[in-house]
Design a protein around this ligand. Sequence first.
Ligand SMILES: Nc1ncnc2c1ncn2[C@@H]1O[C@H](COP(=O)(O)OP(=O)(O)OP(=O)(O)O)[C@@H](O)[C@H]1O
Ligand SMILES: [Mg+2]
Length: 508
Amino acid sequence: MTQVVEYHPATDPGAFSAQILGRELWDHQLAFARSKARYRVVCAGRQVGKSTTLSAVALFEATTRNNVTVLLVSAGEVASRRLLEECTSLALNSPMLSGSVLDDSKSILTLSNGSRIISVPASSRQIRGWPVDVLILDEAGFIDTEIWRAAEPAIIARPGSRVIMVSTPWGGLDHFFRDLWQRGMDRPDEHLESWHWPSTVSPLVDAALLERIQERESPEYFRREFLAEWTDEAGAYFTEAEIMSAVADYELIAPEDLVLPWIGDTYDQRYTVAAGIDWGFSRDANALTMVSVLEDYGQNQNRHGDNLIFYIPWLEARHNWNYADFIDRVVQSGKTYRYEILASEVNGVGAYPTQDLAATLQRQHVAGWVSKVWTDAKRKQSGFSKIKGLLQRGRLILPNHPELLKQLRALEFQQLDSGSTRIAVPERAGHDDLALSFMQSVSMVFPDFARRTIDTNLRLSLDRERPDPDDFVQTRNGLLVPRSPRPVAYMRNFAGWPEGAERGNTQW
Ligand SMILES: Nc1ncnc2c1ncn2[C@@H]1O[C@H](COP(=O)(O)OP(=O)(O)OP(=O)(O)O)[C@@H](O)[C@H]1O
Ligand SMILES: [Mg+2]
């Protein structure tokens, strides 16, 4: 005699789906629907019944408790509408739920018990502001982490609230969907549980058809869409050798320690730099990195001919400083070092401080064009690959600054299927402020213009401060750097507006 376990539709999603919605869930759908974990994450292939499962669970939650809000967030507009259509048609076909009403905007389904299922695209401002009992993210891998951060707090204060995420494998190592899914696979507990549903778990998906698709599609596409496997390559962006062979134990010279001749009523600002600024928010510091052309007194001419080498004369990151103080510090630093251009990020928190910086430079008559930059994947890709290229060619020297080196080592890349590369310090690895401000400054330099000319040679011969051979330090790849280095005097054309940047957007 087989033992029959009694499931009741009021307490069991499986029984609810079968008896109220008229749809028996498949085994893999049942395991997920019955899980008690507060966060449930599914990485799935095509056609395995994701939408069906999400609709059934949304209706179960909304039906079995009064006055709850289920928020469905989809990556796009169309997907969001389709998912609510699916819920609505399941509800209207059920005699018990036929009193449900879809609003005119087709984004809110209200049940007769006062519960609501709201469906919005991830771009919507409606993500904020609902008290949410069940938060469901469809195609979560395509939803920005910022949206997730905006949506998640809505559930934390609600007793018994739950989160569900389903997606095909998409998103880098530090994307919330991938991170949570991996954790739920590695260490499932009552808080978090994950599932892996390749398309083959569906009893409807036919193996012969899959084989035919596999023959005609690229292996990456097939692995991602049907086997539900991550296909990107990922790893450390810089090799240890690239970083360490470029490090020299030279002195970083703070702006206030830079020795300049006094001419008339001001300093002769002979040392020009390109600067990059990364504005911090809460955990992250505000960071400034200067890059310039190294005065090596011709010591590396055997290796580089007339090409000059870039280096970092000064960098600093300040935690717990407010923007105004940091801006004052940056402006003050521009009274000894001379800014040719300052690249300042305007996305994230940067818009206001960038404006304030430009205004303060102007007010205090400190030179420096402020280039408002938007840090996206493309800018990071081109900025960091420029650093990589310069390091490989021995055209860039790094200071022995533990935090900068740590951040450069922590940078990871992910090759995305779209052909682009994502570069970031994963959240677990700490800060990225110095690495980013360094990237901003390097993206402003023109290596082809950093050349020794007759003009610079003439200045060199006039320069009486040439250090002793003992006062040079060396990188592992054999470059010589004065222990207390200076930029090449009066050199200015090595930095400027990067290609593609809006020229003249802010100035002083
Ligand atoms: N429990 C079930 N019983 C019978 N049919 C089901 C069940 N679950 C899903 N299906 C059917 O399987 C097909 C795929 O389901 P669904 O659309 O939910 O999958 P999906 O993973 O969202 O697909 P896609 O990858 O295209 O978004 C549909 O025809 C659906 O009706
Ligand atoms: Mg679907």
